[in-house]
Design a protein around this ligand. Structure first.
Ligand code: NAP
Length: 243
């Protein structure tokens, strides 16, 4: 575990419940000021009040599918803190558990999934980058899934679930993350991918085999990684995930 990090400011999207809330809790416990991102301001306030028991927590309204909302959040962060040290792109949706075959999933659902899981984090990264450049050690963690692994999906006998929109949208997020890591390789910002593994949360009807707090650990580790740590890595609690 890294040293306590007072004074550092972290934004976590989709932090009003599930893994995002546990990431915010663990970062607050490490001394960071956590900005509890939520698309619904009331849900964000409720979570921020709960997390205040763990450290410094403030609610921020941010819908990752809305450029206007993301820009408004960035303007507030700039006015209030002047910079951002950690960005965790955690907000995500899974909208097709009831459609097991790719041929059955409507294009509308595929588009909606990409809006949140892929275009959302790209938007947030683009808008927040000027604030992250003002940090002495900016960190971006994009929360993805091993379901996005192309090599695992390509194994016909592999364990992966067949999820057209979700898996493809997270694979797009992985590809985009590598592009940002490449652009930022000579900067002080590191950009990595975290796979929390199968956690019991609302997204999967609580079918996961571990609590969200356990899945949050790899996200937190990458959010606090030192200057000698990787950028462009795809890691879970079990180590590197195959691309
Ligand atoms: P969750 O409990 O369903 O939480 C999802 C969060 O994302 C909620 O806070 C939700 O807000 C938010 N969100 C959805 N759309 C949004 C938008 N447009 N703008 C802002 N926030 C939005 O799911 P979770 O399991 O914690 O998932 C968190 C992340 O982990 C996701 O990216 C997911 O793909 C990833 N992941 C989860 C697992 C797992 O087993 N659970 C495994 C691998 C990866 P509302 O409350 O307003 O809906």
């Amino acid at each position: 575990m890294s040293e306590p990090q007072p004074g550092r400011v972290a934004l976590i999207t989709g932090a009003n419940r599930g893994i995002g809330k546990e990431v915010a809790r663990q970062l607050a416990q490490r001394g960071l000021t956590v900005l509890v991102g939520a698309r619904d301001s009331k849900r964000g306030e409720v979570a921020a009040v709960e997390l205040s028991g763990d450290g410094e927590a403030r609610a921020v309204t941010i819908d990752v599918t809305s450029l206007r909302s993301v820009k408004a959040a960035a303007a507030w962060i700039e006015t209030t803190f002047g910079r951002l040290d950690v960005l965790v792109n955690n907000a995500g949706v899974l909208l097709e558990l009831d459609f097991p075959k790719p041929s059955q999933v409507s294009l509308d659902r595929v588009r909606e999934t990409f809006e949140t899981n892929t275009f959302g984090p790209i938007t947030v990264m683009q808008v927040m980058l000027p604030l992250l450049h003002r940090s002495p050690a900016g960190r971006i963690v994009n929360v993805t899934s091993r379901q996005a692994s192309l090599s695992m999906a390509g194994d016909p006998d592999g364990p992966g679930l067949q999820l057209l929109a979700y898996n493809s949208s997270k694979a797009g997020l992985n590809a985009a993350t590598l592009q940002f890591a490449r652009e930022l390789r000579d900067s002080r910002i590191k950009v990595n991918l975290a796979d929390p593994m199968h956690c019991a949360t609302d997204i999967n009807g609580h079918s996961g085999d571990r609590p969200a707090s356990e899945g949050a650990r790899i996200v937190v580790e990458l959010a606090l990684i030192g200057d000698d740590g990787p950028s462009g890595a795809f890691l879970s609690g079990d180590g590197a995930v195959p691309w």
